[in-house]
Design a binder for this molecule. Structure first.
Ligand SMILES: CC(C)(CO)C(=O)C(=O)O
Length: 362
C-alpha cells in the first residue's frame, strides 16, 4: 500500500454488506479512524431508506445506522477520477469460485495498483491465489473472523456471537521483495489499529502466522459446515446423536490435521480437535454458515472449505476418505442449487472427455 497520511481516515470499500460485513464496517466507523463505503445489493433500498438495524451482542441495539457512503455498484477509481483511491477493499462475500463471476473481476475497478490493500475476510484455503495473479502489486491480507451475524430480514443484522478477528498477510510467493512484504505487514497492522480503536467491544489482533490460523479454522469449516449442509442439521443435534461426531466430524478433523502437516508443514495440536468439536455452546443449536446458505437456496462455498484441502491431500498423498465422500455429496448439493436457478433440467452430453460425463448444454 502507498503511504497513508496518519491523520487522514482510512478509505475503505466494503464488498459484501451482509451480517459479517456490516459488523466489520460498524466497528471501523465506530473507531473513528476509517470511513467505509459499503456496496449493497439486495438490501440497498431498505438500507438507503432506513439504515441498518443492528441487534449486537457486542454493541447493543443500534438503529438507523449507515456507513459513510452506501453504493449500489462497485465504483471505478480509474473512470471516476474525482474518487480518492481506496486504501483497503475488504471482501466479506461468500466464496464460490465454481460459480461465475469471479470476485477478482468484480472488485478490479476499485483497485488502485500498488496502493489498495485487499482484505479477504472469508473462510477457506488457498483463497488468496487468484488475487496474487490478478493484483500482483497489491498487498493481499487475510482476515479470519469467529463471529456469528446473520442478516434477516434485509437491513436487520442479528449479531449473536462475540467477534474475534485475526488480520495478517498471506504469504505471496510472487511479491517476494522485502519492501513489498513489509508494506503488506504495515497495511495489516494499520487496519488492526483502526479496528481496535472501536474499543473493548471488539477483539481484533494482528496474526503473524496466517497459514496456521487458516488451517486451524478449517478444522471447523471443513467438517461441521459440510456435514451440517448435507444433513440439514445444527451442531447441537450432531453432538446429541454422538455418532455423527464420532463417525464424521472427528475423522474429518483428523484428516485435516494430517493434510495440514503434510501439505503445509502446519502442526495442529491434537487437543484442537476436541476444542473445535465443542466450540459452539452445547445447546445453542448453531447453524454453520453453509447450512444457512443451503436453507436460503443459495450456492454453497464448499470448494475452498472442502475441495481445496482434498486437492492438497491428493497432491501430497494423504488418505482422506471421509473428506472425499463429503466433497462428493456437497458437489451434488451445489448441482441442485444450480438447477433451482434454471427453468428446466439441462441434460448433459454424455462422456465427452469429462470423468463423470458432460455438463454443458447440448
Ligand atoms: C466459525 C463460524 C461458525 C462462525 O464464524 C464459521 O466460520 C461458519 O459458520 O462458517
Amino acid at each position: 500500500m502507498g503511504s497513508v497520511d496518519a491523520y487522514k481516515k482510512l478509505q475503505v470499500l466494503l464488498v459484501g454488506s451482509g451480517g459479517i460485513g456490516t459488523m466489520v464496517a460498524y466497528a471501523l466507523e465506530k473507531g473513528g479512524k476509517a470511513e467505509v463505503a459499503a456496496v449493497l445489493r439486495s438490501n440497498f433500498e431498505t438500507v438507503f431508506e432506513n439504515g441498518f438495524t443492528i441487534h449486537s451482542v457486542d454493541h447493543g441495539e443500534v438503529l438507523d445506522w449507515r456507513p459513510t457512503s452506501i453504493l449500489d455498484s462497485i465504483p471505478s477509481v480509474s473512470e471516476e477520477s474525482w474518487r480518492a483511491p481506496y486504501d483497503y477493499v475488504i471482501v466479506t462475500t461468500k466464496n464460490v469460485p465454481d460459480i461465475p463471476p469471479q470476485i477478482t473481476d468484480i472488485i478490479a475497478p476499485a483497485i488502485t495498483p500498488g496502493h489498495t490493500a485487499i482484505v479477504l475476510i472469508q473462510n477457506g484455503l488457498n483463497i488468496e491465489r487468484p488475487f496474487f495473479s490478478a493484483f500482483p502489486a497489491n498487498p493481499i491480507l487475510s482476515g479470519i473472523t469467529f463471529s456469528g451475524a446473520i442478516e434477516s430480514p434485509p437491513g436487520t443484522i442479528n449479531h449473536h456471537n462475540h467477534e474475534r478477528t485475526f488480520i495478517g498477510v498471506f504469504d505471496n510467493p510472487i511479491a517476494a521483495s522485502y519492501s513489498q512484504k513489509s508494506r503488506a505487514i504495515a497495511a495489516a497492522r494499520r487496519l488492526v489499529d483502526a479496528y481496535t480503536a472501536c474499543g473493548p467491544e471488539v477483539d481484533c489482533t494482528y496474526e503473524p502466522d496466517v497459514a496456521y490460523s487458516r488451517w486451524r479454522k478449517l478444522l471447523y469449516n471443513a467438517s461441521y459446515n459440510g456435514v451440517a449442509a448435507i444433513l440439514g442439521m445444527d451442531t447441537s443435534r450432531m453432538r446429541f446423536t454422538e455418532h455423527i461426531i464420532d463417525d464424521l466430524i472427528r475423522p474429518l478433523m483428523q484428516e485435516i490435521r494430517a493434510t495440514a502437516k503434510a501439505a503445509a508443514g502446519v502442526e495442529l495440536e491434537e487437543k484442537l480437535v476436541e476444542t473445535m468439536i465443542t466450540a459452539d455452546v452445547y445447546d445453542k443449536f448453531f447453524k454453520p454458515s453453509m447450512l444457512q446458505d443451503m436453507e436460503k437456496g443459495k450456492f454453497i462455498e464448499f470448494e475452498n472449505l472442502v475441495g481445496e484441502p482434498l486437492r492438497e491431500a491428493e497432491r501430497v498423498g494423504v488418505e482422506t476418505p471421509t473428506l472425499k465422500v463429503v466433497y462428493g455429496l456437497l458437489k451434488g448439493l451445489q448441482f441442485k442449487a444450480g438447477e433451482r436457478n434454471l427453468e428446466d433440467v439441462v441434460v448433459p452430453r454424455s462422456g465427452e472427455g469429462l470423468r463423470y460425463g458432460g455438463c454443458g448444454k447440448s
